[in-house]
Design a protein around this ligand. Structure first.
Ligand code: MN
Length: 288
């Protein structure tokens, strides 16, 4: 009998904010000393819930900006995101695709709705997650992984419920992403009411984002835009999902190191943050 992981914190937001002019997001995870104990190696999560964008000639998004010390992982659910970066990475991700950018020692990139999506308009929905890098990998070379939906294995948990393994593993199935710490990332789309079990290593951190539908856990109901953060202790989550559920499951081995996060940089000390701003201004993170 596995010990159940208990919910430590729940959080939701009814406040959306704009990232550039293309991403209207709920900021659902933000770094803080207390929260880091239960969300590390994850740092930040923004959810751009479904939103209709009209046809436009001018592409919406965020212009050139840097990152250091983290990986940014973008999950496209509706619409298309185009990215270019100073390490030569770039491409368009479509619904079901994931873009995994390792900023490492420094990268400059931009993030826009794709040209094709802008011309057609339509509903846009995505998630951006920041994953911390441990001290020994913070200054690694930048890398770009484009993970198309075709290479993400999908497992049937029932007649109408699929779990996709984006990173790490689920039972015997391995995900395609290369990671710097032990991370399991799944998304689940359900069209049936179903009780499911998720098993993780005892002592790891786990977060569930509900994008749509409902979850029942510990006899409580949770709904879209709720984020559930679990205790490290325990190794199983026993939950019921509704027949319109879509969610993201994050699990990872915590990085037990100090965090100093400022703007687009996440380092271990203030001095390293000052150095990051200076290196960016001096062009050491490259240019587009
Ligand atoms: Mn960015």
């Amino acid at each position: 009998m596995r010990e159940l992981k208990k919910i430590k914190y729940t959080y939701t937001s009814d406040q959306k904010h704009w990232v550039g002019d293309g991403f209207h997001v709920y900021g659902l995870l933000r770094p803080s000393e207390e929260l880091n104990k239960f969300i590390s190696p994850f740092i930040m999560l923004d959810y751009a819930s479904p939103k209709e964008f009209p046809i436009t000639d001018k592409r919406r998004g965020v212009g050139e900006h840097p990152h250091r010390g983290i990986e940014t992982v973008t999950f496209a659910y509706q619409g298309e995101v185009e990215h270019r970066d100073s390490s030569g990475g770039g491409g368009v991700i479509k619904p079901g695709d994931v873009q995994w950018m390792t900023a490492g020692k420094g990268i400059v990139h931009d993030e826009f709705h794709s040209e094709e999506f802008s011309k057609k308009g339509g509903v846009f929905e995505m998630v951006q997650l920041w994953i911390n890098l441990p001290k020994k990998h913070k200054m690694t070379n930048p890398k770009y992984q484009e993970i198309s939906s075709g290479v993400i294995p999908a497992i049937s948990l029932g007649d109408k419920i699929k779990l996709r393994v984006i990173a790490g593993s689920f039972e015997e199935t391995k995900g395609p992403s290369t990671t710097y710490t032990k991370v399991n990332l799944y998304d689940i789309i359900s069209k049936e009411n179903k009780r499911i079990f998720l098993n993780f290593e005892n002592g790891t951190n786990t977060v569930i984002l509900i994008m749509s539908g409902e979850v029942t856990l510990e006899n409580k109901n949770f709904k879209d835009k709720d984020i559930l953060i679990f205790e490290r202790a325990g190794s199983q989550i026993d939950l019921k999902v509704s027949d319109n559920f879509k969610g993201l499951i994050l699990n990872g081995e915590p990085i037990n190191e100090p965090i100093v996060a400022q703007g687009p940089f996440v380092m271990n000390t203030k001095e390293e943050i000052y150095q990051a701003f200076s290196d960016y201004q001096n062009g050491k993170m490259g240019r587009l």
